[in-house]
Design a protein around this ligand. Structure first.
Ligand code: ZN
Length: 81
């Protein structure tokens, strides 16, 4: 998970945020995008940590995933006729 810690150059607030591809992090306090990236949080590198994160994400997404699987099955059923 690309979680980074930033310090807002505008108001000085430090915060952690999840930075997804294509998104620009902004200060939760003043919405400024003038942020200094801090390096205090180690990047997630180890396989075990990655696996744990995946497991947690899967658990969280289980309901959504089963909905999608159901939709997929219905789609396939219709197209097998
Ligand atoms: Zn700020």
């Amino acid at each position: 998970m690309p979680i980074f810690e930033y310090r807002c150059e505008s108001c000085g607030r430090q915060f952690e945020t999840l930075v997804l591809k294509g998104t620009v992090p902004a200060c939760p306090e003043c919405k400024s995008e003038a942020l200094e990236k801090l390096l205090s949080i180690p990047a997630v590198k180890s396989e075990s940590t990655h696996a744990l994160a995946l497991k947690a994400a899967k658990k969280r997404d289980t309901r959504q995933a089963s909905e999608m699987n159901r939709a997929q099955r219905e789609y396939e059923l219709h197209h097998n006729d």
